[in-house]
Design a protein around this ligand. Sequence first.
Ligand code: ADP
Ligand code: MG
Length: 277
Amino acid sequence: MARGWATRFQKGCAFRVLNTGPKGSYRRKFVDSMMFSDLTTMDASGWDILKKALNQRVVVVRSSLVPSYRNRVWLVETDVRPVVVKRSLSRLSPVEFETMLLAKRAGLSVPYPLYMDKDYLVTEYISGDSCDMLVNTMFSTRAAEGLGRWFGGFHESMDRFGKPMAMSDAVLDNFIMHEGEVFGVDLEDAAPGNPMDDLGQMAASILGNEPFFTPIKFDLCFCMLEAYEECTGMESMESVRPFVTKHLRLSVRARPLYRRPFEDVAKVLDKTWPDLA
Ligand SMILES: Nc1ncnc2c1ncn2[C@@H]1O[C@H](COP(=O)(O)OP(=O)(O)O)[C@@H](O)[C@H]1O
Ligand SMILES: [Mg+2]
């Protein structure tokens, strides 16, 4: 028997025969099945919730883990339709389900929520390009304007107990441009709050990602804010400035190496928008 070959598989576990001692002495070593499984595949409860969301006989063609900082998110292609399964480590899936449904009913561009329990959320899959790529790589003014309009619609139509709602996770990663329209996909943090916080966070997400603080990034930021003003009729360009500095300072906490340039820009923004002419 060759050294280290898997010899037999029992109940999902593999055993290897390893030559560990003197010649002829073999020890059977248990090798954790996890060594052989792909850690990016969806877990058993994810499969369960998927069956409940679609139907028991759904055939999964492929599933892939989507990059996510806070949760575990899979894009699942099935014989029925592609869906997104999100395992909410924050256990906010009921909140996200409800907010998504209310937003959908208000005519906003968000995925249709299909099913949820306390840990999982299944939603419609939105195809298209990430606004992170469109803004930071393609410098797309259409994406920036679409973002402004999306926030305009969200702040105008969403409230809870008479208080305006804020998305509260207004970063480019959470938006997808689908057939020319911007969709917001991550609503788990949505809560009553200050709409200016969303705009400030989005502006900081545009300015504070590579390439950092270039003139075109400021222009994209202004496009986003102008579209918001057009949509809501509310002045935002000046009122948002303190919120941009707040979110630049917050976002750099996770990137201490960039602290100095971020602080320099925040200090300028504390007084005025920089003159880029
Ligand atoms: N309905 C969806 N359609 C397409 N892509 C999605 C959808 N929901 C999430 N995604 C993708 O998965 C990523 C992570 O999902 P998200 O809900 O933002 O999780 P997290 O709360 O961990 O950030 C998003 O940035 C987006 O690229
Ligand atoms: Mg997200």
